[in-house]
Design a protein around this ligand. Structure first.
Ligand code: ZN
Ligand code: ZN
Length: 327
């Protein structure tokens, strides 16, 4: 994104949600919050969160399942309401992230500058979390990374009208608040809680998958990056935080790969499949997972295990384990 569009994006993805949060905290402090506000927040959080997780990420970026045109449009519009960018741009950045995860060219790696020490670590985490959003020069060419979406007329239209859809994502919860409470106060509070505060919480959860999910947590699979599984983020991220599983098997519709790995998006996809609204759902059988998990013991994985050009050949490990089908 460039020019004025980029400033508009930064405004809705970072600045307005923060201002909304400040107002909401002041209201909370003064006990100016109603149950209806929290209901509106929850409804919009689920709609936009599934839009990003099930829609943008698993359906568009990784083609983990196929669905009907109305549902595809619904998910892409719901994902746009999250305010994280138009579907075509979001997908281009994300597919690029998978191709060069934690290596030069990754749009949001916490290892960007490779500076030593705690300050370098904090700088890297900030960059991966949201610092990269402020980089006006960053662009991932949609023709190169997602020609399938560029060819899709519905996705082109939704991407073009991204900002009005984001605005609708603020007005809609206002109307919901009005419908529940029947008051102007309910309308305004609905826009605040279901719009701005919801942007803030849901976006920071997504950003945390990019920052924390490449820094802290457990690795089950040897991937040529630093992706991690972060259990405590799984519920609020709709399963996105099983991020090492995801980098090992990017096309898998399920990111949770054990019964205890909560993955609400996978449940939604299963529900769509059971009702014949989704097909061609990509699943990874347990044998394949086990074979891949053994790779962590023998290979180790990680960004430095890859054939980094500045490392002698003898030091390079067989990190080809993990260069799987990306999208
Ligand atoms: Zn990642
Ligand atoms: Zn992904």
């Amino acid at each position: 994104m460039d020019g004025r569009k980029h400033y508009g994006f930064v405004l809705i993805s970072a600045i307005l949600p923060l201002l909304g949060l400040v107002v909401a905290v002041v209201l909370l402090w003064n006990k100016g919050v109603w149950l209806s506000d929290l209901i509106v927040f929850g409804v919009m959080y689920v709609i936009a969160g599934l839009g990003v997780s099930t829609g943008y990420h698993r359906m568009l970026a990784h083609r983990s399942f196929k669905t009907t045109r109305p549902i595809k449009i619904f998910f892409a519009v719901a994902g746009s309401m999250a305010g994280q960018g138009p579907p075509i741009i979001w997908t281009a950045h994300h597919r690029r992230h998978h191709r060069v995860a934690d290596k030069p060219g990754d749009p949001h790696s916490p290892y960007q500058d490779h500076e030593p020490g705690i300050l370098g670590a904090l700088k890297g985490l900030w960059h991966a979390h949201m610092g990269w959003l402020f980089d006006k020069s960053l662009s991932s060419d949609p023709i190169r990374y997602c020609p399938d979406l560029v060819r899709d007329r519905d996705m082109r239209i939704i991407s073009r009208y991204f900002l009005p859809i984001v605005a609708a994502g603020v007005v809609l919860p206002g109307l919901l608040g009005l419908a529940i409470s029947g008051t102007l106060r309910g309308f305004l509070a609905g826009m605040l809680w279901g719009g701005l505060v919801r942007f803030f919480v849901s976006n920071h959860i997504t950003y945390a998958v990019n920052s924390i999910g490449h820094y802290f947590g457990r690795r089950r699979f040897a991937t040529p990056d630093e992706s991690r599984n972060v259990g405590w983020l799984s519920l609020l991220s709709f399963g996105e935080s099983w991020h090492n599983n995801h980098h090992a098997f990017p096309r898998s519709a399920s990111h949770g790969m054990r019964w205890w790995e909560v993955d609400i998006s996978a449940m939604v996809i299963l529900l769509l499949e059971k009702t014949r609204l989704a097909s061609d759902v990509i699943r990874i059988d347990r044998d394949r997972q086990e074979r891949r998990a053994e790779g962590l013991l023998t290979v180790g994985g990680g960004r430095l295990a890859d054939s980094a050009p500045d490392r002698p050949l003898a030091e390079r490990k067989a990190a080809t384990v993990g260069v799987a089908d990306v999208e």
